[in-house]
Design a protein around this ligand. Structure first.
Ligand code: NAD
Length: 304
């Protein structure tokens, strides 16, 4: 009995070491992974808009989980410094230009020989105002980044993953604004709604190759984009990220007082990037503290 127990423990330990071997057969430091297994070990990921905000938080979480990360952005200095800190790569890439997205994907393949994960995250807030004054040129500029940028990402990731013949996972950034009106400008709302449609239709086409396509819909996360928007709306240029978080927690979340964080979104993307979500495709994972699921103004009806 005692022998059987020791045999079993040894077998489990050996299996664990085997699972934690790198491609070249060297054993990596498993001291951390014994407590928390690396969920993206050896996978290769491209993150557009990965220099700061949600993209940067996701790049760090991916790297902590064993992925090789290519950050594709237009903020060269910040992006390159983050890439260095996670032993990744930085590539200048304006997602509105198809050839730059294609090149970012190619560089990932040249670096590590494959592409497993594409996170189409780059986006801008754009401009607000009334539909009666909407400026078509400004709207087209926003759509070129928020929507065309995602189309470019899905297209070139899909081509590469199909050629690689080992499937892959594509995640696109939509928004709570795509689910509920009144949360963002008309152009932004439109771009994010279109991303949901594109993700579903491409999930349908690409499933046969083992490629999953999903969306995330964050809400009220105090990134530079959101904080600068709130500063403009509230006319307070000193507004801090924690203050934005408090406002969202109080007014925009069913989890009273709890706003979303960059880490909340990064963890949701990690789930969709990992094999743990292997049977999930065509899905929109909403990270909004339940805000778009229910109207809390009537919650008095639950009182005894
Ligand atoms: N913060 C939120 O609450 C929230 C909510 C819903 C959706 N989102 C979406 O999440 C994504 C990330 O936004 P964030 O909140 O981290 O904002 P952010 O402004 O902090 O980050 C956006 C990143 O995209 C990059 N970028 C902008 N234009 C680009 C271009 N043309 N090519 C390549 N990169 C470009 C920026 O340089 C930056 O690194 C966006 O698509 C945004 O719409 C954010």
């Amino acid at each position: 009995m005692h022998f059987l127990f020791i045999h079993c423990i040894c077998y489990k330990l050996l299996s664990y070491i085997w699972m934690n071997m790198d491609h070249n057969g060297e054993t990596e430091d498993t001291s951390v992974s014994l407590l928390s297994p690396k969920r993206l070990r050896g996978k290769v990921a491209v993150i557009t808009g990965g220099a700061r905000g949600i993209g940067a938080a996701t790049a760090r979480v991916f790297a902590e989980n064993g992925a090789h990360v290519v950050i594709a952005d237009i903020l060269d200095e910040v992006g390159a410094s983050l890439a260095d800190s996670i032993e990744g790569r930085y590539v200048h890439c304006d997602v509105s230009k198809e050839e730059e997205v294609e090149s970012a994907v190619k560089q990932a393949v040249e670096w590590k020989g494959r592409l497993d994960i594409m996170f189409n995250n780059a986006g801008i807030a754009g401009f607000g105002g009334s539909i009666t004054n909407i400026k078509m040129d400004k709207m087209m500029t926003l759509l070129a980044i928020n929507l065309n940028g995602v189309v470019h990402g899905v297209k070139h990731a899909a081509r590469t993953m199909i050629a690689g013949k080992h499937g892959g996972t594509i995640i696109c950034s939509s928004s709570s604004a795509a689910i509920m009106g009144g949360l963002a400008s008309h152009s932004y709302t439109m771009s994010k709604e279109a991303i949901l449609g594109l993700s579903r239709s491409t999930a349908c086409e690409l499933g046969v190759y083992g490629i999953r396509v999903n969306c995330i819909s964050p809400h009220g996360v105090p990134s530079e984009m959101l904080v600068s928007e709130y500063r403009k709306f509230l006319g307070n240029m000193e507004l801090r990220p924690d203050e934005v978080s408090s406002i969202v927690g109080e007014r925009g979340s069913l989890l009273h007082g709890r706003g979303g964080t960059l880490e909340d979104v990064a963890q949701a993307v990690l789930f969709l990037a990992s094999d743990e979500s292997g049977f999930i495709t065509g899905h929109n994972l909403v990270i909004d503290g339940g805000y778009t699921s229910a109207c809390s103004q009537m919650s008095f009806i639950y009182q005894e």
